[in-house]
Design a protein around this ligand. Sequence first.
Ligand SMILES: [Zn+2]
Length: 482
Amino acid sequence: MKRAPLALLVLLLLLVGVLVVRTLRFGSRQVPAEPAEPFSVDATGAADRLAGALRHHTVAASDGTPAEDAAFRALHAQLVAGFPLVHAQLGHEVVGEHSHLYTWKGTEPDLHPVLLMGHLDVVPAEAEATWSHPPYGGVVADGYIHGRGALDDKGSVLAILEAVEGLLAQGYRPRRTVLLAFGADEEVRGRDGAVLVAELLRKRGVRLESVLDEGGPIGVGLVPGVDAPVALVGVAEKGYGRVELVVRGAGGHASMPPRQTGAGILARALVKLEEHPFEPELRGGTRALFEHVGPEMGFGMRLLFANTWLFSPLLVRRMATVPSTDASIRTTLAATMLEGSPKPNVLPAQARAVLNVRPLPGDSLEDVRTHVREVVDDARVEVTAEGDEASPVSPTDTEAWKQLQRSIRQVFPDVLVAPFLTVAATDARHFHPLSDSVYRFMPVRMTREDLTRMHGRDERLSVTAHAAAIRFYAQYLRNITR
Ligand SMILES: [Zn+2]
């Protein structure tokens, strides 16, 4: 009789031992980095150049809005004038209508080039009158550069150009070729920009060492349980698509309805889908995030993250309670458009629902369609799915990752670096076929409040943050090209 409790106790001790040993072995993934090399930045001049770029109303053409051709041309003319060395010494091609590809030839043409990206288009500014400074005014005041695009993404484009211009002025010559691609339609899915650039490079047989696009910021207070700012480098992004459910019926007069109308059948399908979401799982970049920030936390949290083999159900349940974290652990579906009969007394001949779907890396659109059909389980509901697949997950054990992590730590020594899953779509996804190492990062400190300014009101970037971003790009370019 005494043996069973004893065996249980031994097992328990063994388990605790395993958990503790794994926790103690769960060491930091941060790399030590020497201070950044000196690089002088003309912060005032750079702020003025960015402010100038914000004055061009480069809203990407989309359904219902005309293309801002003159604005895109004027912006480019300003860049040509503002960055004379870049435009004298780098190869330049216009791709599509208003996207640009620059080539800074390396001294060793056999090395695979690196690509730095950004985009010149912006989302429209709503309620312009409520902004503290006019969104297209390009005002520098109170230490900030104000306007639509200051963060997303003219800030990055200008910082990259400032860094290259500065390196050229120093006579720096990269061993590896550097490509710069600036799209003109990222906010409307990149069909006339990044897609064409990727296609052009593919036709030329270019294999890229690494790609760096806009992405996660240096999050200040964004990662619970970690006091230090965390550079959130997107290693993957979710897909983006639409699922359509259609129920076809006979239509007819609503005075003698059948037991189930097309609208009712469709409504049942939507309820089932909300009640049976996709299974949550720590993958697609989210597990890697915990592996990098976990070791920096207190003992209790470290124990949790060091033993995800045991605790991941607990973690997943916790994350599932908040929409923003829930989106990082599963494929999400959201019903957005509904259509039935156009008349109050006519049965719908066709009832239709559109759901926005964001597949987690690892789930294909075909998997989504299968899931929807199985959950709905009703042959009267036709299901189609289309869109962009989720990206692959870029590795964090390569030289390209190491150099990126090192550059961040050199310029921002107090910052931890962690991979994560980008929930929004970026132009970078088009480049996965050309490179194993595609990363998404914005070298700017941001709080939760700052994040709302992107695509929101009062977008701005501080003059010092812009200068730091320029230093980051200069250091990163040096690290990856020599
Ligand atoms: Zn953007």
